[in-house]
Design a protein around this ligand. Structure first.
Ligand code: SF4
Ligand code: SF4
Length: 333
């Protein structure tokens, strides 16, 4: 683009516009800093890999999830899947309007949605975790929106982890935000996410992503291929017909129709997290406590004890940039 076609915009102009379009949170990350710090160096997925020209800034936008569904305790509740899918759709509209507005002002831009997994990473095994083309929780940290929690979910001061994310790439020359220094997560002494997780897939600053996928995408590609394989292997036509008409089939069809249960699903770890101004105001009275599982509590106690002895796991060290400093350890002294 030549300067003659560009309107001069500030970071404030962009944030005000995107909030007016309907986003609840907006931050701007430096694309070069993200290129220099890929979350997974073995398989880097950087803004610069997506666009040679328009990845100078990564504008991360968030919409909050509604509290009414968070107050429902079941993880596999279709109202949750459906409401969350509507939040994603609304955020997609905001992102598209923001891109067109940036381009009206002479700044080419493109959207990196939360649901876009890397098709080149697929190797024929539907059970394998498919990473996104850009990790939006990490991008959100780079954009100053929050920090990562015990299970590497994004935590924001306003809504805790109860947000959906999207990102806009553009080389619009505005000031970038930077990561927060201190962790918002309260660590293993809290551990509510770990206690509540139906798959027990949360560890010490890590998560078994493949295990989690079965819950956070309960009617997704892996389940669809499993189901079709079972039908093929059933052999008997009457049985196959009954399976085609089953509730599983119905749920898969409904999910394909709208994406609810595919791009949305379990979010128990988000529901129970006490971080966020919204928690006391809208959720505290409905706080459905996690499993009372002594084995999990012992695990959390072990994690807390090792942190107190300054023995932090490699998973923390590798992700420290995005988790932040564990200031709660100073308070425990
Ligand atoms: S989304 Fe569900 S399964 Fe995955 S970590 Fe959170 S609580 Fe556990
Ligand atoms: S529930 Fe507790 S341990 Fe888990 S992310 Fe939130 S603050 Fe951290």
């Amino acid at each position: 683009m030549t300067d003659a076609y560009e309107t001069s915009l500030s970071a404030r102009d962009i944030k005000d516009k995107i909030r007016a379009l309907g986003a609840d949170l907006v931050g701007i990350a430096d694309g070069a800093a993200m290129d220099a710090h890929p979350p997974d160096p073995a398989r880097p997925r950087r803004p610069g890999d997506i666009s040679d020209h328009d990845a100078g800034r990564v504008i991360v936008i968030a919409k909050r999830l509604n509290a009414g569904t968070t107050r429902i305790a079941r993880w596999d509740e279709r109202h949750k899947y459906y409401n969350d899918e509507l939040a994603i759709s609304a955020l997609e509209d905001v992102a598209l309007e923001a891109v067109l507005w940036l381009e009206d002002n002479g700044h080419p831009a493109l959207i990196v949605p939360p649901t876009h997994v890397d098709p080149w990473g697929y190797d024929g095994d539907p059970q394998k975790h498919q990473g996104a083309l850009l990790s939006l929780p990490h991008a959100a940290v780079e954009a100053g929106l929050g920090t990562l929690g015990l299970n590497l979910q994004l935590l924001t001061p306003e809504f805790g982890p109860r947000v959906v994310l999207s990102a806009i790439l553009s080389s619009v020359p505005v000031e970038a935000d930077g990561p927060m220094k201190d962790a918002l997560c309260r660590g293993p002494a809290c551990g509510r996410c770990l206690n509540a997780c139906p798959g027990d897939v949360i560890g010490h600053w890590q998560r078994d992503w493949e295990g989690c996928d079965r819950y956070r995408s309960p009617h997704g590609f892996a389940q669809l291929t499993d189901f079709l394989t079972t039908i093929i292997e059933a052999g008997d036509p009457a049985r196959q017909k009954a399976m085609l008409r089953s509730e599983t089939s119905f749920n898969l069809w409904q999910s394909i129709l709208r994406g609810s249960g595919v791009v949305t699903g379990c979010r128990r770890c988000q529901d129970v997290c006490p971080v966020g101004e919204d928690y006391e105001r809208l959720l505290g009275d409905a706080a459905h406590d996690a499993h009372d599982d002594p084995a999990r509590r012992r695990r959390l106690d072990d994690y807390a004890a090792s942190e107190k002895d300054a023995r932090l796991p490699d998973d923390y060290t590798a992700a420290r940039r995005w988790i932040g400093a564990l200031r709660y350890l100073d308070e425990q002294e």
